[in-house]
Design a protein around this ligand. Structure first.
Ligand code: ADP
Ligand code: ASP
Ligand code: MG
Length: 304
């Protein structure tokens, strides 16, 4: 079993989603067992935060952003899906959009957005994305099912940066995957606290979702697919001369994280270390969809 994760950059546009699904179909046809985690479409989480803040400020412009959010997902579904698959997805999106619209209107009325409400608002990004993509996968002949991670990832109530209850979570993951043999298409970033309250795992937290699943499933590897050449010496957006590291240790990956390397969400490393995965891969999704592999290896000193 492997856990794959595709970030917002990999699913920002319908063409990119088609490319991702082509890759997943190859895995599927090879008979590889895997689960796949998706982030919200690129830019969506930022936009949801802005909507929440605008609504709390009593600024009606939140509504334009909300409309753009709804339209973007409907357009993506319409571009990617046909017939029965589209018929199944559109009503679900409509329901999501109705709830989100009501939620934002509530925030607008009371002029306040709590971290708790914001987490619920943010969850719509990942839920819409994974739901749509699960149907694109099914349409492509993959026996896939949508999995809302709130069912399996249980956290405390530190909204915005919730801590995972691994004991409960690991048990739920094992149980769920035993009962549901389809390829699970999982929402990144979100979890649930007691009482079913929606929480989020911190910005960039979909990487962490993949590691949590990997740990719970005793996966042989986690593959984190993204838009750059793996882990680099610096952020290539800021440093022209940044180059890719052909491999790095978990210890080094952890050392980089506090310096703001967005490349891997820091807590991701922890479950991987505990379970001694052979490696986490950072894979670039090139425009022609050829993947290049970069390894992060657990070394003996990282295991201590
Ligand atoms: P995804 O959407 O796949 O989660 P992110 O945008 O979260 O991708 O992270 C990938 C981005 O991280 C890259 O586009 C790159 O600009 C940035 N980044 C920051 N530090 C590094 C680094 N050391 N190595 C590689 N990429 C980095
Ligand atoms: N969508 C969330 C964010 O933008 C989680 C993630 O992308 O990993 O922070
Ligand atoms: Mg990310």
């Amino acid at each position: 079993m492997k856990v794959l994760k595709f970030g917002g950059s990999s699913v920002a546009k319908p063409e990119r989603i088609e490319g991702v699904v082509r890759i997943l179909r190859q895995y599927y046809q090879r008979g590889d067992k895997f689960a796949v985690v998706f982030s919200a479409f690129g830019g969506v989480t930022d936009s949801l935060i802005e909507m929440g803040n605008l609504a709390a400020d009593g600024n009606e412009r939140y509504h334009d952003l909300f409309q753009q959010f709804s339209q973007r997902h409907i357009d993506a579904a319409t571009a990617l899906l046909k017939g029965e698959y589209l018929d199944r997805v559109l009503p679900e999106l409509q329901t999501n959009h109705e709830v989100l619209g009501n939620l934002l209107y509530g925030v607008f009325l009371v002029r306040e957005v709590s971290p708790r409400t914001l987490d619920y608002i943010l969850s719509f990004g990942e839920r819409n994305a994974a739901f749509i993509i699960s149907h694109v996968m099914r349409q492509a002949g993959i026996h896939a099912a949508f999995l809302d991670a709130r069912k399996i990832i249980k956290t405390d109530k530190s909204f915005g940066n919730a801590k995972v209850d691994f004991e409960q979570t690991n048990a739920l993951i094992k149980e769920y995957f035993l009962q549901n043999p389809e390829i699970q298409v999982v929402t990144g970033f979100v979890g649930a606290a007691k009482g079913g309250l929606t929480t989020t795992l911190g910005r960039g937290g979909s990487d962490y979702t993949a590691a949590i699943l990997g740990a719970g499933l005793d996966a042989s590897a986690i593959e984190i697919w993204t838009d750059v050449d793996g882990v680099m010496t610096a952020d290539p957006r800021n440093v022209k001369k940044a180059f890719s590291l052909s491999q790095m240790t978990y210890a080094e990956a952890m050392e980089m994280s506090p310096f703001g390397a967005k490349v891997i969400y820091p807590p991701t490393i922890q479950p991987a270390l505990a379970k001694r995965f052979r490696f986490i891969l950072k894979i670039r999704l090139t425009p022609n969809l050829k993947a290049r592999l970069y390894r992060i290896k657990p070394t003996p000193e990282a295991m201590r």
